[in-house]
Design a protein around this ligand. Structure first.
Ligand code: GRF
Length: 197
């Protein structure tokens, strides 16, 4: 039986598309739900075009009540009965209670070489620091933001003329390679960190 994967998104969903496209043929996993916290996330249309069930739980009516939002997310996930969750550009901070429900079964991609630059604006921060290389990380989700055991990293050289936008675009290309590669290994039981390129 295939490993059932739910993908959480907030935006354009390019990482979701890369993951979904990888889960075909002899891949041991299949996408069973793409779930967004934004009804207008561009990734929802892309998932529908790939024939993946979609839904959203709009975070806005919940205001500051993160626990109730996470309960609603959990209820929708339970219907899809995933074995694993992949956060792919999912821009909500999850409560410890939710994260603990999925310990060891929830992955995230972050656009920096963790432990550097947790949080937002990672590309601008790498440039401001004068870093020679930047990149992205796939890790298991733990209650601390952008923390948790690292499952894979991809390095991207910083170029003299890079702006945050040009650097972000090259990192995103690597995200699309790294995340499917790590997911495949993870489903096969491999948790030793993968290093790309
Ligand atoms: C990616 O860079 C991801 O790492 C970050 O947000 C971006 C989302 O892109 N957290 P997409 O929605 O997968 O296109």
């Amino acid at each position: 039986m295939s490993t059932r994967v739910a993908i959480l998104i907030s935006g354009g969903g390019s990482n979701m598309v890369a993951l979904a496209r990888s889960m075909t043929g002899d891949h041991p996993a299949r996408p069973v739900l793409v779930l967004s916290n934004r009804p207008d996330a561009g990734g929802l249309d892309k998932a529908r075009a790939l024939d993946i069930p979609t839904d959203f739980v709009d975070h806005r009516p919940f205001g500051q009540d993160r626990a109730s939002f996470d309960d609603a997310l959990q209820a929708r996930l339970a219907e899809a009965a995933p074995d694993l969750i992949c956060c792919a550009g999912f821009m909500r901070i999850l409560t410890a209670g939710f994260v603990e429900t999925w310990t060891g079964r929830m992955l995230n991609i972050h656009p920096s070489l963790l432990p550097k630059y947790r949080g937002l604006n990672t590309h601008a921060r790498a440039l401001a620091a004068g870093d020679a290389e930047h990149g992205c990380t796939v890790h298991l989700v733990t209650p601390e933001l952008d923390d948790g055991p690292i499952l894979g990293q991809a390095r991207v050289p910083v170029q003299d003329r890079d702006t945050a936008e040009t650097l972000a675009a090259r990192v995103l290309e690597m995200e699309h390679r790294l995340y499917p590669a790590v997911l495949r290994r993870f489903v096969d039981g491999e948790t030793a960190p993968l290093c790309l390129p």
